[in-house]
Each structure stands twice: as structure tokens, then as C-alpha cells.
Ligand binder design. Structure first.
Ligand code: QAP
Ligand code: CO
Length: 178
């Protein structure tokens, strides 16, 4: 088990499209365990592999009060969504900021479990929001993308002040360009 480093917005690596997992092997099970440990340590209710700079379609959530109902999803697909709800969302990659976001109220998600077996989960309320939020991460999308440009810009500037290197282009990309 290991605690993993979580990338912070506006780090451009959070924009990576994650690749499907071909085989749910011991490495993927280890990733799931490390994601859960990192999420519980925060504490948080959801974490996607993208946030720890692993670009595979794996995420974990646990919205239970006692932090004893972990769900892991490999290659999740939201097959069906209906209704709307609005909740305050936060994100371990956007620390200290919480804003309301509109999402579907009910979803049906299909995925592989930690044994590689397919399963279907129907979810509503907070669990449904959390799964939608984490699935977005696998496509390089963040909850701040749903906010007004003004709000997003304010959050970005504040986070850049805290860790000035995040979101910068790597040195190689800048080399020779003045
Ligand atoms: C996504 O987010 C979520 O700012 C999971 O300082 C959140 O676990 C879905 C966290 C809310 C629906 C509603 C955020 C921890 C945790 C912070 C999280 C922070 C420490 C966020
Ligand atoms: Co998040």
C-alpha cells in the first residue's frame, strides 16, 4: 500500500485522456488499493487514476459515512443517465474550493470489478454525482470546467500562487523559445 501524490489544477497532466485497461491484473489491483488509501487519507469520497498521474481508466469512490463501502471501477461507462441534481462539489485536485455543479440524478454504470468481472451499478444522489465527477477525470475533465470562466480563472490564479509550477509547460517545451 502507498500514498500517491495528487496533481493539482491547473496541471496539464489532469487533461490527459486515460486508456482502457486490457487485463485486470495484480498491478491494477495494487493501483486500486493505493487509490483507496490515498482517498481515505485525504479524506475524500472519490479519486480517479488520472489525479495521481496514472492514465488508465480506473477510479474509486466511497460516499458512506463510516468509509466502509469502497467501490472500484475499471473501464467504467455511464450507460444511462436521467434527471438533474445540483450539489456542491470539491476535488482533491482543486483543494479548498467548492462550487455547485449540475449533474444527472440517476445513472447506470457498467465496469469491471477488481477481479475483472463485469458488473452494473445503479446509483442516485451523492454516489451518482461522485461517479460522474470521477468518470470526467478519466476524460481529462474537471468540475471547474462547468463553472463560469470568471470563477474558474479566480480558482486557477489562487492555486497557481500556492504552487507556481503547476500548469506550466515543461522546460523542454520552452527551450529555445526565449
Ligand atoms: C468528488 O472529491 C466529489 O478541497 C470527490 O481540501 C466531491 O473527495 C463529488 C477534498 C464532492 C461530489 C461531491 C477536497 C479533500 C476531497 C478538498 C473529494 C480538500 C480536501 C474531495
Ligand atoms: Co476530482
Amino acid at each position: 500500500m502507498a500514498l500517491l501524490r495528487v496533481l493539482h489544477y491547473p496541471d496539464s497532466r489532469l487533461r490527459t485522456q486515460a486508456k482502457p485497461v486490457d487485463v485486470v491484473d495484480d498491478d491494477i489491483r495494487q493501483l486500486i488499493d493505493d487509490l483507496l488509501e490515498t482517498m481515505y487519507d485525504a479524506p475524500g469520497i472519490g479519486l480517479a487514476a488520472t489525479q495521481v498521474n496514472v492514465h488508465k481508466r480506473v477510479l474509486v469512490v466511497d460516499v458512506s459515512e463510516n468509509h466502509d463501502q469502497p467501490h472500484a471501477f475499471v473501464n467504467p461507462v455511464i450507460e444511462f443517465a436521467e434527471g438533474t441534481q445540483e450539489r456542491e462539489e470539491g476535488c482533491l485536485s482543486v483543494p479548498g474550493f467548492y462550487e455547485p455543479v449540475e449533474r444527472a440524478e440517476r445513472i447506470r454504470v457498467v465496469a469491471l470489478d477488481r477481479q475483472g468481472n463485469p458488473f452494473t451499478l445503479q446509483a442516485e444522489g451523492l454516489l451518482a454525482v461522485c461517479i460522474q465527477h470521477e468518470c470526467d477525470h478519466l476524460d481529462g475533465k474537471l468540475f471547474v470546467d462547468y463553472l463560469s470562466g470568471l470563477k474558474r480563472q479566480r480558482i486557477k490564479k489562487k492555486l497557481q500562487k500556492r504552487s507556481p509550477d503547476s500548469g506550466r509547460r515543461p522546460a523542454v517545451a520552452r527551450a529555445g523559445r526565449g
